[in-house]
Design a protein around this ligand. Structure first.
Ligand SMILES: *Cc1c(COP(=O)(O)O)cnc(C)c1O
Length: 423
């Protein structure tokens, strides 16, 4: 081992690039080809009738997803962003109602709330799981709070038991954004299936994908019907269906096609092994990084499994007496791929800072919610982690076979042995 850090002119520990995480194989190619040959690439009709719920592959994939996730309804969408939007719509909130959400998520979680003219209120995160902190949820409840959106970030479920207990106490609904944690377990249940509505993303970057796509899951018949309606031009069909309850029956075209669903069927079969490969990589990393001072490896809550969409790490800058960017830059120079310097703080986006979203007059905050704060400081733990202590490895981006993981471990050890050179 060249002991001089690559950042300072030494030889990088990792010299050849890692292979990318590739999940599409001959099974998907032949499934997609079959649909192509059939000529029916989507069978949806946007009117009430037998094709309102899509074609054969849509239904087959939904059935397989129901069985896989052990849930009463699985409903496909052309993205999980669309699925989230339909899910919030299904809750029948009033414009101006507040929904408590986490700042550590992809922006779409909070946007889905705004899309129904409701108000995202950001609660802080738990420093061990990076998911929303139930104690902070309770502090943020007001007389206008109607729902909680919990995000199972990086691959592990939030503390859904405590979140559901709060929801029961205050009569709130709960949505799980489980985009990053398909097949993570909470006891014997799948993350995403323990709240009113949940779901998964099938975009290219996730564990399994159909290019773009998403799945909404729920055990509630009424929510299932509402998201199906919102998926496919609700306003056009509720009359013919004889629906009396037409709240939020304003739809879009959020339909996933036959080819994607045929691919999804094959991907779903691969999910357990794909997840296991991420878990093996993570276990090997955690073992190899043990003992590095001031570095905290992922914490998995008792009863949970973690599927490691991202492998999160936290440094203690006091112990290391170094800024995190110096350490990450040194690791990057050694050739460690998939490093992320920070995650996100959605509340700090310009839309929230300026409360400008629909038009120029501050709607929907001007529905009496002008005082909702998005100032820096409202989520101190999330902000500090993002700025000073958190970094991660995008475990779903590269293969990370055991040989590659060992190279990553060596790179970390090399950097840690030479920390004083970075000061
Ligand atoms: C990927 C992701 C989404 C959005 O999913 P799409 O399928 O890309 O629309 C939403 N929330 C989280 C936490 C995600 O990681």
């Amino acid at each position: 081992m060249d002991s001089k850090l690559a950042l300072l002119g030494g030889k990088p520990e990792i010299s050849s690039p890692f292979s990318e995480f590739q999940t599409i194989g001959k099974e998907e190619i032949s499934a997609a080809t079959e649909v192509m040959k059939s000529g029916t690439l989507s069978a949806y009709y946007g009117s009430w009738g037998k094709n309102f719920l899509g074609g054969p592959k849509v239904r087959e994939f939904e059935q397989a997803s129901q069985e896989f996730f052990n849930v009463k309804h699985a409903i496909t969408f052309n993205s999980w962003t669309s699925g989230l939007m339909a899910s919030v719509g299904a809750l029948e909130l009033e414009p101006g109602d507040e929904v408590i959400v986490t700042p550590w998520t992809m922006c779409a979680s909070a946007t889905a709330i705004l899309q129904w003219n409701c108000i995202p209120v950001f609660a802080d995160i738990d420093e061990d799981s990076f998911c929303i902190d139930p104690k902070s949820i309770e502090k943020n409840i007001s007389n206008r709070t109607r729902a909680i959106m919990s995000v199972d970030i990086f691959g592990q479920s939030a503390d859904v038991e405590s979140i559901n207990a709060i929801a029961n106490k205050y009569n709130l609904k709960v949505i799980s954004d489980t985009a990053q944690a398909p097949s993570a377990m909470v006891g014997d249940s799948f993350a995403g299936t323990l709240t009113d509505i949940g779901g998964y993303s099938l975009n290219y970057h996730k564990h399994i994908h159909t290019g773009e796509g998403g799945i909404v899951v729920t055990n509630d018949d009424s929510y299932a019907e509402k998201v199906q309606l919102i998926r496919n031009h609700a306003e056009a069909v509720v009359g013919d269906m004889g629906k009396k309850d037409i709240v939020n029956m304003i739809g879009g075209n959020y339909r996933l096609g036959e080819i994607e669903c045929a691919i999804g069927l094959e991907q779903l079969k691969k999910l357990p092994n794909l997840v296991k490969s991420r878990q093996d990589a993570a276990a090997r990393l955690t073992k190899g990084l043990k003992g590095l001072s001031g570095l905290k490896t992922p914490h998995v809550r008792t009863g949970n499994t973690h599927v490691y969409y991202i492998y999160p790490l936290v440094i203690d800058p006091m112990i290391l007496n170094l800024e995190k960017s110096k350490i990450i830059n040194a690791l990057e120079a050694e050739g460690v791929p998939g490093l992320m310097q920070q995650y996100s703080n959605v509340h700090l986006l310009p839309m929230y800072q300026e409360k400008i979203c629909y038009g120029k007059k501050g709607f929907p905050w001007n529905l009496g919610r002008e005082n909702i704060s998005y100032e820096k400081g409202i989520c101190p733990k999330a902000e500090r982690l993002n700025d000073d202590t958190f970094f991660g490895l995008e475990l779903c981006m590269y293969e990370f076979n055991s040989n590659e993981v060992d190279q990553v471990i060596s790179a970390f050890h090399k950097v840690w042995e030479n920390l004083s050179d970075l000061k």
